[in-house]
Design a protein around this ligand. Structure first.
Ligand code: B12
Ligand code: SF4
Length: 484
């Protein structure tokens, strides 16, 4: 069977004029995961429209499309095209799970939720000639997964080809997050077996890894065993975690650093604590954000802070306050979002009930456009404030200010290089992307992550066990060479 798997892109990602680096970061892991269930006799390709042109004049037997909200319109266009050409078209992913009826109009079969149980079942049904129109995931496990078909990924087109997920979902339930809707009807958070995760890591070439797990630290026992297993592998890695895990799991964090953690994406979301209550982001309430950042920095871990603007308690001052706070705390990179009510989330239902959703043009549900009526801001103020926050945070003066909060030359240079690298060299990234050379920048990223050859020496286990709530790494150790 000729199988064509497609990750369609939103318009901006395919612009002939300019390609932001963020679309060339990660390969389509979800499709490569599904590819593993196809047989040797199948002729399989993956096309990621974020990084390559999609040929539409071929005639595959089966077209598999992963649909995100921002690529929904494009996905349906491609699906309709291939159906007209006589192919069997299947759609799955986050947006299909939120709005199955909308997707079903463009597909022969749709899939709701993760695909590890439904996809192999569909392939069996198809071989028997009895495929169903809809498949809904119920059984949630990552045990005995076939190895991901990474051979289908064109590694040289990505800065971070070694992205990996070793868990699915998250133990928390924030109102605005996609995850409750996506994982409904089964487990909301589950992990791989530690040995299988380590085997998957071992299969990845090079040093650098990026864990795309929503919350890698969500199960402390799993995380702890994973980091123990990774220690000594010589990896450098980045991941996402919560403020709570940084503050409450010092030993796990310490193990993470020992095994190669060098930057953490942390969902601070808002500097207005009343917003946290509204969004049911309970795990952040009452937490000392600054202390969490200090701990990470003391361990030599850079922080990518994620913030959402437009929650009900946000007024016109929220943008400057958020930027100022991030700079004062020396956060290396910040990701800002405009609050976006994704369909089938609690936030969406609340907004709909209050008649506050402005339209359903999914192209604009990209967290950069205002698609709802904010409470204490106009949509124009919110959008303008969002862009201003980005501009302000990534001015050279601001980058210098953030870097100045660090002690020592190396940490300061590392801060400047990392923060500047993402936003100040966009034209250079554009050239690398166009010439399909983006992977060549990976050694630079690795050098920055290692802190230009230096890394903090992790505290001895006895030091950590002896300290109940604080990690025992003095700031001065950040300049200790790795070989010391
Ligand atoms: C990596 C990533 C990106 C990467 C690239 C995406 C990629 N290469 O896949 C980049 C940086 C480009 C990106 C950009 C954006 N992203 Co993004 N991204 C992610 C992230 C962190 C991981 C995705 C991943 O690899 N997951 C691991 C794999 C194994 O899971 P999976 O892809 O979901 O695939 C499984 C299932 O979905 C299912 N499945 C999927 N397709 C199909 C098809 C069939 C037929 C079947 C059977 C099953 C199936 O089976 C797979 C195996 O279980 C997710 C968060 C998350 N945890 O998913 C956010 C996420 C997908 N992104 C999101 C958003 C909002 C965006 C942006 C709009 C944000 C922005 N402002 O920049 C942009 C635009 C995206 C676009 N192009 O349209 C949202 C999506 C919300 C939604 N309802 O669609 C998420 C969920 C983050 C969040 N918490 O809100 N993103
Ligand atoms: S902690 Fe993050 S991934 Fe988990 S539910 Fe909240 S927003 Fe979603």
């Amino acid at each position: 069977m000729r199988v064509k798997m497609i990750l369609p892109a939103l318009t901006e990602a395919t612009s002939p004029f300019f390609r932001p680096i963020k679309y060339s970061l990660f390969p389509p892991l979800g499709l490569a995961t599904l590819g593993a269930y196809l047989g040797d006799e199948d002729d399989v390709t993956i096309c990621d429209e974020h990084v390559e042109r999609l040929q539409l004049d071929d005639d595959p037997d089966l077209v598999v499309i992963q649909v995100y909200i921002t690529s929904a319109r494009r996905s349906y266009e491609i699906a309709d095209h291939y159906r007209r050409r006589g192919a069997r078209v299947v759609l799955g992913g986050l947006h299909v799970t939120s709005l199955p009826d909308e997707a079903a109009a463009h597909a022969d079969h749709i899939f709701m939720g993760p695909g590890e149980d439904t996809w192999p079942q569909f392939l069996d049904d198809l071989r028997r000639g009895e495929p169903l129109p809809r498949y809904v995931s119920r059984e949630r496990t990552l045990a005995a997964l076939p190895p991901i078909r990474r051979d289908l990924i064109k590694r040289n087109l990505y800065l971070v080809p070694n992205s990996i997920v070793v868990s699915r979902g998250c133990p928390h339930v924030c109102d605005f997050c996609y995850k409750v809707a996506f994982f409904q009807g089964g487990k909301q958070f589950y992990t791989m077996e530690v040995d299988s995760a380590l085997a998957e890591i071992d299969r990845l070439p090079g040093r650098h890894l990026y864990f795309l797990d929503d919350h890698l630290f969500g199960n402390p026992n799993f995380a702890s065993a994973l980091f123990d297993g990774m220690t000594g592998m010589g990896r450098l890695w980045q991941a996402a975690g919560t403020v709570k895990s940084v503050l409450e799991q010092p030993i796990v964090l310490e193990k993470a650093v020992r095994s190669g953690l060098r930057s953490l994406f942390v969902g601070f979301e808002t500097v207005n604590s009343a917003n946290l209550q509204d969004q049911r982001k309970y795990q952040n309430i009452g937490r000392d954000y600054s202390e969490a950042i200090r701990r990470l920095h003391d361990l030599g871990v850079m922080v990518n802070g994620s913030f959402v603007f437009g929650m009900d308690h946000d007024g016109p001052d929220v943008f400057d306050r958020t930027v100022e706070w991030a700079l004062e705390n020396g956060i290396e990179t910040a990701t800002y979002h405009i609050l976006t009510p994704y369909p089938d989330t609690a936030l969406y239902r609340r907004m709909q009930a209050e008649d506050r959703v402005l339209h359903h043009d999914w192209d604009l549900f990209d967290t950069r456009h205002v698609v709802f009526k904010p409470q204490r801001l106009t949509p124009q103020e919110l959008e303008a404030g969002y862009w201003r926050a980005y501009r302000e945070f990534y001015r050279w003066g601001s980058i210098w200010k953030g870097a100045s909060s660090k002690t020592g030359l190396r940490p300061r240079l590392r801060h400047m290089a990392y923060a500047g690298g993402w936003k100040k060299f966009e034209p250079l990234w554009d050239v690398l992307i166009r010439s399909k050379q983006v992977l060549h920048a990976l050694p630079v990223l690795e050098t920055i992550l290692t802190g230009f050859g230096s890394r903090p020496s992790a505290p001895r286990r006895s030091d950590v066990l002896g300290s109940k709530s604080r990690l025992a790494v003095p700031i001065a150790q950040k300049d200790t060479p790795a070989s010391a």
